[in-house]
Design a protein around this ligand. Sequence first.
Ligand code: SF4
Ligand code: SF4
Ligand code: F3S
Length: 268
Amino acid sequence: LERARRPSVVWLSFQECTGCTESLTRSYSPTVEDLILDVISLDYHHTLQAASGEAAERAREQAMRENWGEYLLVVDGSLPGPQANPGYSTIAGIANLTMLEEAVGGAAAVIAVGTCAAFGGLPQARPNPTGAVSVSDIVTDKPIINVPGCPPVPMVITGVLAQYLVFGQLPELDEYRRPRAFYGQALHDRCFRRPFYDKGLFAETFDDAGARAGWCLYRLGCKGPSTYNACATMRWNGGTSWPVEAGAPCLGCSEANFWDAGGFYRAL
Ligand code: SF4
Ligand code: SF4
Ligand code: F3S
């Protein structure tokens, strides 16, 4: 039997730091190799594709032409908005906004990976020199799934991609278009330091006896009570640990405006 054709995925990287792609490559179930070789046809991705230069752009155009109306468009990074100088960020001489609008036209759905794509992220932090906007600031006529995090948890990226492509429909989303399966609970409600919070036992410095004993990091600026993400359950580095377990207060990296919303390592 002829092997079923794998769904085409076109991945555009705009104003980003490659951290989201770095995270993707750390997924272990499914691995990025399983995803690319067995589940999807990743027809364009700057960092992961073999082609470069004009050949890469031809691959993108061909994938869009052959799968028009059906491909899944993934975006990481924000993009200069309609009022900004289009020259702030270009690929192959094409402004990000132009490339996004063209690619969205043939997409069945859009997945915004990372807080930059989902909410504007780091490029949008004050003073936002490039007039950065999120994908959903521009795209209003296609289904969008936001997968925020700076970067997102590796298996959340692959899990959302695989889930959409296997079932062919959007997962249940919250009011910020985040899949509830991964973003439905505050970190605070799954944190192993929570019993110390409930008892009023807080670390006051990063290296005091309380910090070493696993006490709550709230007074060191932990944003876990207002942060919705899967870190506490899915964890990082192959399920080894996550920031709060490693002694670093959560920065709230899956929330909109987290760069400007109150400072890192400072209790609000
Ligand atoms: Fe980098 Fe964070 Fe933006 Fe991803 S969300 S591209 S990790 S700055
Ligand atoms: Fe909540 Fe953060 Fe304290 Fe954990 S360390 S219980 S997430 S405030
Ligand atoms: Fe981000 Fe907080 Fe998790 S900073 S990686 S949401 S622990």
